[in-house]
Design a protein around this ligand. Structure first.
Ligand SMILES: Cc1ncc(COP(=O)(O)O)c(C=O)c1O
Length: 189
């Protein structure tokens, strides 16, 4: 992004790394009448639990209206963190759970704490566009790892893993391919 010529503002150098969101452009198209877009990964509106959501909102506003509308700890609402920890299949301390506004915010936070300019990151090829957009402003060196029907191509991963900060993988219903990683084969020892 460059500073628009009619703008009184001088943009930070970092803004040059912030490209227009491709996802936003995809979603704009879906708002045009008569368009059924398969590009944006929109869930079927028929699956939205509208009645349940209405019921939950009404209950919260009836029983704890002030608390519901007040600021709270930025880690998230304590009882919700406890429930999330209890739902997970591992032994998780609720103090380790952070509630975010969707997973895109989680990706943004991961990028901020794990990536320095020039850090090597590994991503599957192809990978989720929104993750690349979250990582890019931190100026990483993004390296693609080949994938097949089972997931990451292990030989390619081994050849590229050295010095990488992390590998970003989508274990199930991968975006954009829809594939799910196979179970790891039993180890020979
Ligand atoms: C793999 C993946 N991660 C994250 C997101 C964004 O999710 P959220 O709406 O929770 O921010 C999407 C949305 O399509 C996705 O496909």
């Amino acid at each position: 992004m460059t500073t628009p010529t009619n703008s009184p503002w001088v943009l930070a150098a970092r803004a040059a790394k912030m490209n227009p969101s491709v996802i936003r452009e995809i979603l704009k198209v879906t708002e045009k009448p008569g368009i059924i877009s398969f590009a944006g990964g929109l869930p079927s509106p028929k699956t939205f639990p509208v009645a349940e959501f209405e019921h939950a909102c009404a209950k919260v506003l009836r029983e704890q209206p002030q608390a519901a509308l007040q600021y709270a700890a930025s880690e998230g609402f304590g009882p919700l963190r406890e429930q999330v920890a209890a739902m997970l299949p591992w032994n998780v301390d609720p103090a380790q759970v952070l509630i975010t506004t969707g997973s895109q915010q989680g990706l943004d936070l991961v990028a901020k704490v794990l990536i320095d300019a020039g850090s090597k990151l590994l991503v599957e090829s192809p990978t989720y566009l929104g993750a690349v957009m979250a990582f890019t402003p931190m100026e990483p060196n993004i390296v693609s790892v080949a994938t097949d029907d089972d997931g990451v191509d292990i030989a390619d991963l081994k050849s590229k893993a050295s010095g990488a900060r992390f590998l970003y993988v989508l274990p199930n219903f991968r975006n954009p391919t829809g594939r799910t990683m196979s179970e790891a084969p039993a180890l020979p020892w």
